[in-house]
Design a protein around this ligand. Structure first.
Ligand code: AMP
Ligand code: MG
Length: 394
């Protein structure tokens, strides 16, 4: 029997089959969740000039004890107000430019106006520059504001805007067709006969992809029939990625591989040393990358986490595209593993990580209750309670 392909090798081979998509420029407000294609360099200093961080009075530090003669008012959005001289103060508001001559701001809570004179009612300012935001204190023109390959979150979009960007270069979003197959599958919410089941994987996999930059097309519930499968696969050839769910094994009604081959698809790998997920297949159909996931929900979820999600991230321009492994102490004894790496559905809390007793990959109740996939490398010895293990948060 052909040995199963080690997990890491399969992951590397899938990425080697792919190439990040070209970039496109999008308005900054449309870039949430996309991967940055080029470094964003700041076009401006932030702040552009020294400004106030408080509502109060701009003064010279030498005059910190007051009293001051009030000579002007500086507002955010106005050009600088006139310079101040010895013994003078200007009313100033948060975000207003500091007038020439001033180097310190006294909070309005610490003073009292007495006609045109301002007197100190608290301790004097302890340091020159108090409550001043200095020119370039956040970043300077030419600084790298954001690095290529990062995922743009809300704060990163804000940073890009303040650095001067109105649009931004991001990796294109891959188009993904999700094909599910099985005579037993019916639409969500339908009445089911005992020989039927609702097609849960279609929604689950689409939901996993909806958190990534993708455009998905669902071709659900294809019959276990070679012609129907060929037709469905053929209709998805315009997509960057075709994901099939179910029918990936070697049963008489597992027709994904035969359909793929009939259309001239090139298999890169099939059968991985992992549990669940052994029947996973990857290949190319024309320009489309094809990933055939097994149908059991636990297997589909685990293979999507380890192969599909990283592939989509990579295509979309991510620098870090593999699942993040974290560590925790196991609350249960973990038996030795064989030639397959294992991903146990588990729950994690402050006490550690607890793998469920049942690891039946058909049970959605377990998958839905899990918040981690506990990773057991192939050929690893039994682990006692308290041993440090790796997991992927889900
Ligand atoms: P298969 O990989 O086609 O042999 O399917 C393995 C198991 O997963 C069978 O019990 C199928 O009924 C189930 N299954 C396959 N596809 C889906 C789907 N889209 N949604 C829910 N269960 C599925
Ligand atoms: Mg099937």
């Amino acid at each position: 029997m052909k040995p199963l392909l080690p997990l890491e090798e399969a992951q590397e081979r899938l990425i080697a089959m792919a190439q990040p998509l070209p970039s496109e420029i999008v308005p900054i407000g449309d870039a949430l969740g996309r991967y940055l294609a080029e470094d964003v360099l700041a076009d401006r200093n932030q702040p552009a000039a020294d400004m106030s961080a408080m509502d109060g009075y701009a003064i010279r530090f030498e005059d910190r004890n007051g009293p001051w003669q009030l000579v002007g008012e500086c507002k955010a959005g106005s050009p600088p107000c006139p310079p101040i001289q010895e013994g003078q103060a200007a009313r100033i508001f948060t975000g207003a430019l500091l007038p020439e001559g001033a180097d310190t701001v006294v909070m309005q809570e610490n003073v009292e106006p007495d006609g045109n004179t301002i007197v100190l009612t608290s301790d004097p300012s302890p340091a020159k520059g108090r409550h001043v935001r200095f020119q370039g204190g956040d970043f300077e023109a030419g600084d790298v504001a954001l690095k290529a390959g990062i995922r743009l979150n809300a704060a990163a979009l804000g940073h890009a805007v303040i650095a001067g960007s109105g649009s931004i270069s991001v990796g294109r979003s891959p188009t993904v067709a999700i094909l599910s197959t099985g005579d037993e599958l019916v639409a969500p919410g339908s009445d089911t006969k005992p020989h039927q089941i609702p097609a849960s994987n279609d929604v689950m996999i689409a939901a996993m992809l909806s958190q990534l930059p993708t455009q998905t097309r669902s071709i659900s519930r294809i019959k276990d029939d070679l012609d129907s499968l060929c037709e469905a696969l053929d209709s998805a050839r315009d997509c960057h990625v075709i994901v099939t769910i179910g029918g990936a094994s070697v049963g008489d009604h597992d027709l994904v591989a035969p359909a793929f081959q009939r259309l001239g698809g090139q298999t890169d790998f099939w059968k991985i040393a992992m549990k669940p997920g052994k029947p996973l297949m990857a290949g190319k159909l024309g320009k489309s990358l094809v990933l055939a996931l097994p149908g059991n929900p636990g297997s589909a979820f685990v293979t999507a986490t380890l192969f599909l999600v990283p592939l989509i991230r990579y295509l979309a321009g991510a620098q870090e595209f593999m699942p993040v492994m974290q560590t925790a102490n196991t609350n249960t004894v973990l038996p030795a593993t064989g030639q397959r790496a294992e991903f146990l559905r588990a729950q994690i809390d402050d006490s550690g990580i607890s793998a469920f007793d049942s690891q039946d990959s058909a049970k959605l109740s377990i998958l839905a209750a899990a918040d981690a996939l506990l990773f057991r490398p192939a050929h690893s010895p039994e682990q006692p309670v308290g041993a440090t293990v790796s997991y992927i948060a889900i």
